[in-house]
Design a protein around this ligand. Structure first.
Ligand code: TYM
Length: 326
C-alpha cells in the first residue's frame, strides 16, 4: 500500500483538465492505497481572493471531490488551512530552499511576469507544496503535467534535507496520465486549459450544463485538413479533442482514429459532446446532492482531524532532526 497525496486550488471553474489530469487518478488510486486529498486554500491566497468567494470555492471543490467518487471512508479529505502543519513545515522548507531554484519556477515567472510587487507567497509557493506532500510521507503524487517542476523541487528539497539532517522525508514521485496529463485550451490548443482564461469556451467546467458543453466543443479550434488523426505538433486542436475523447471513454486514441476514419470533424465533435456530457452529468447530480449538506462539513472536519494526527508525527520528527524546540 502506497501513500498518495494531492491537492487542488479552490480558485473556481474546476474544469475537465483538472479532472482528466488529476481528479480521475485520485479515485482510481483510493482503492488500493492510503490516500490524502487536500483543498489547498493557502495556495490560492498567493494571488488576491475575495474571502466570500474563496469560502464558497472551498466547499465547491470539496463537494466535487465527493461527486467524482472519492469515498471519505477510504480517503482523507480536508482543507489545507485547517491543519497547521502545512504552513509550519513550509517555513522550515523555505529555509532549506534556494532563491535561485524558486525563481526558476515557470509558474512563478508566468504569474509574476517580472512584477516587483508580486506577492512573496507566489515565490514561496513550491515550498508550501513540498510541505503538503512531505508532511504525509507520500510516495505518489497524482497530478497534471504542469506540476512536474513542482514535484521535482519537492524531491530536491527532500533529498537535501535527508542528506543534511538524516532521513527525515520520504522522496515522492509524480504520477502523470498519458492522455489526460495536459488538456489544452479549446480555443487555443497551444496553451493548457486553465481556470482563469477569459473566454469561457476555452474550457469545459465540471459544472457546465450540456448546452454550454456542446457550444464549447462545437466551437473548438481545429485545422482545415479535416482528418481525424493524432499529431500534437501539426494538428494540436484535433489531437487535444482525441485526448479528451480517449480519457472520458477509456478507448485508446488509435481505436478512436479508426472509428472516425473518413468522418468529418462535425460528426466527431458531436459524438465528443455526447461522451463528455455522459461523463459529467452524473458528477453534477451527486454534486447537487452533497454541496449544501451537513455531511460535507462533517467529512471535512473529520478529514482535518485525521490529517492533523499524521502531520503531527512528521512535525515531531522534523523538529527533532532540525534541533528545533526543547
Ligand atoms: P491546480 O489547482 O492548478 O490544478 C489541480 C490539478 O489539475 C491539474 N491540471 C491539469 N491537468 C491536465 N490538463 C490541464 N489543462 C490541467 N490544469 C490543471 C494540475 O496539474 C493539478 O494536478 N499546485 C497545485 C496544487 C497543489 C498540489 C499540492 C498538488 C498544492 N499542493 C500538493 C499536488 C500535491 C495546483 O495549483 O493545482
Amino acid at each position: 500500500m502506497k501513500k498518495v497525496f494531492s491537492g487542488v486550488q479552490p480558485t473556481g471553474n474546476i474544469h475537465i483538465g483538472n479532472y482528466l489530469g488529476a481528479l480521475k487518478q485520485f479515485v482510481e488510486l483510493q482503492e488500493e492505497n492510503d490516500c490524502v486529498y487536500c483543498i489547498v486554500d493557502l495556495h490560492s491566497i498567493t494571488l488576491p481572493q475575495d474571502p466570500k468567494i474563496l469560502r464558497k470555492n472551498i466547499l465547491d471543490v470539496a463537494a466535487l471531490y465527493i461527486a467524482i467518487g472519492l469515498n471519505p471512508k477510504k480517503s482523507t479529505i480536508f482543507v489545507q488551512s485547517m491543519v497547521s502543519g502545512h504552513s509550519e513545515l513550509a517555513w522550515i522548507l523555505l529555509c532549506s530552499s534556494y532563491t535561485g531554484e524558486l525563481s526558476r519556477m515557470t509558474q512563478f515567472k508566468q504569474k509574476s511576469r517580472g512584477n516587483e510587487s508580486a506577492p512573496t507567497g507566489l515565490f514561496a509557493y513550491p515550498a508550501l507544496m513540498a510541505a503538503d506532500i512531505l508532511l504525509y510521507d507520500s510516495n505518489v503524487v497524482p497530478v497534471g503535467n504542469d506540476q512536474k517542476q513542482h514535484i521535482e523541487i519537492t524531491r530536491d528539497i527532500a533529498i537535501r534535507v535527508n542528506n543534511k539532517y538524516g532521513k527525515t522525508f520520504v522522496v515522492p514521485e509524480g504520477r502523470f496520465l498519458k492522455e489526460g496529463a495536459r488538456i489544452m485550451s479549446l480555443d487555443d490548443p497551444t496553451v493548457k486549459m486553465s481556470k482563469s482564461a477569459e473566454n469561457i469556451h476555452s474550457r469545459i467546467s465540471l459544472l457546465d450544463d450540456s448546452g454550454k458543453i456542446k457550444k464549447s466543443i462545437m466551437k473548438s479550434t481545429t485545422d482545415s485538413e479535416g482528418e481525424i488523426r493524432f499529431d500534437m505538433e501539426n494538428k494540436p486542436g484535433i489531437s487535444n479533442l482525441l485526448n479528451i475523447y480517449s480519457s472520458f471513454s477509456g478507448l485508446p486514441v488509435a481505436d478512436i482514429e479508426k472509428k472516425y476514419e473518413g468522418s468529418g470533424y462535425g460528426v466527431f465533435k458531436k459524438d465528443l459532446v455526447e461522451v463528455t456530457v455522459e461523463s459529467i452529468i452524473p458528477i453534477q447530480l451527486r454534486y447537487n446532492e452533497i454541496r449544501e449538506s451537513e455531511e460535507l462539513i462533517r467529512i471535512l472536519k473529520e478529514g482535518a482531524e485525521r490529517a492533523t494526527v499524521i502531520s503531527e508525527k512528521t512535525m515531531n520528527r522534523v523538529k527533532e532532526n532540525f534541533g528545533l524546540g526543547i
